[in-house]
Design a protein around this ligand. Structure first.
Ligand code: F0G
Length: 351
């Protein structure tokens, strides 16, 4: 049995690396494509979850970060910087450690989940909380990377999307062809663009016979692409996608239009319901933003955008453990009992 080698080694011939590119990896990718029985029953579709929360730092960002950090090292960078709603910073911090680089991150104060903050800090990133939005943070990191010797590893770095396209390869490699529909949450709009690149590449090379319709879902309080205008004060419980002016806006629109897909919004209420559905009926614990893909699938199916019998992949982008505060706030408080089996039996309604 050969073990998984990370996305650069697994897809080396499809990525912009050479024999001398130093490969900085935590063996990301190779994530499971889990059949979603309950969501399939609800929709009449054949639904799979691409569980990206099982990457090394708990989100899909690792696929792009292995590329961005490897290329940064190849170019001689000593430091990297990113803006983040949390997951990019966690990933950048970990891969920077791996490469021996300094990592700086700018995050919107009070708007990133606790687990992500913990990751960046434990990996030793220089973390600045900005009194502003993610979009403000991204503007600042762009300026800093232009003025100082520090490499930008946000998804405006073209190597990021190259790495992230490997998720589409994996879906086709497992299913034997592209699905009918692929559903994703949309924030800065890099990931939907990366998947579309991957699907197009496999179809152009005859590895797949077709491409899927790409369906992207923004939170209704942070839906610039749906509204057709930037959102100055984006708001949503799904902090990972709380973004008002996505960097890959045009690429995401191209993915939508070329694939015959759609970009829609889903409400926080729909996102929270899908989060609960995944946790309590599929056994898959994701973060809120990730649940937007499934909330969107349910909505699109209801609207007739997806037909019964179609094969659908939903990317669930990040691990539920990223945001323990949200998880606990919505759950019943645990019952405390003495060391007494009878008390346990009573509390468990066994007796
Ligand atoms: N889901 C999660 C869990 C995310 O962290 C993000 C983006 C997305 C979906 C949206 O992906 O930006 O490519 O459209 N998180 C970025 C970050 C912005 O800083 O971690 P996208």
């Amino acid at each position: 049995v050969k073990s998984w080698r990370g996305v650069i080694e697994e897809y080396r011939d499809r990525l912009p690396v050479t024999a001398t590119t130093p490969v900085v990896t935590l063996l990301e990718g190779g994530t499971p494509l889990v059949p979603a029985h309950r969501v399939s029953a609800l929709t009449g579709c054949e639904v799979f979850l691409k569980v990206e929360g099982l990457n090394p730092t708990g989100s899909f960002k690792d696929r792009g970060m292995t590329m961005a950090i490897s290329k940064a090292v190849e170019a001689g960078a000593k430091a990297v910087i990113c803006a983040s709603t949390g997951n990019t910073s966690a990933s950048a911090a970990a891969y920077a450690v791996r490469a021996g680089l300094t990592c700086a991150v700018l995050v919107p104060r009070g708007k990133i989940a606790m687990g992500k903050l913990a990751q960046a800090l434990v990996h030793g990133a220089k973390l600045l909380q900005v009194d502003g939005s993610f979009d403000d943070c991204l503007d600042m990191t762009r300026k800093l990377s232009e003025s100082y010797p520090i490499a930008l590893v946000n998804s405006v770095n073209r190597y990021r999307l190259q790495g992230q396209k490997t998720a589409a390869f994996e879906v086709v490699d497992v299913l034997g062809d592209a699905p009918d529909v692929h559903c994703l949450p949309v924030g800065n709009a890099g990931n939907i663009s990366a998947y579309w690149m991957g699907y197009k590449e496999y179809a152009a090379d005859g590895v797949a016979t077709r491409t899927p319709r790409m369906l992207g879902f923004q939170a209704s309080g942070a839906a610039p692409i749906v509204n057709g205008a930037p959102v100055t004060h984006p708001h949503t419980i799904a902090t990972a996608i709380r973004i008002g002016n996505p960097a890959s806006w045009r690429l995401a629109e191209a993915a939508r239009d070329e694939s015959g897909g759609a970009i829609q919004s889903v409400t926080d209420r729909q996102i929270a319901a899908a989060y609960k559905l995944l946790a309590q009926e599929e056994g898959v614990f994701v973060e809120l933003a990730s649940a937007a893909s499934v909330a969107g699938l349910l909505q699109a199916r209801e609207q007739g955008l997806i037909e019964a019998g179609e094969r659908v992949v939903c990317t669930v982008t990040g691990n539920g453990l990223k945001d323990p505060d949200w998880a606990i706030s919505g759950a019943p408080a645990p019952v405390t009992i003495p060391v007494d089996a009878h008390a346990a039996a009573t509390a468990l309604e066994l007796a």
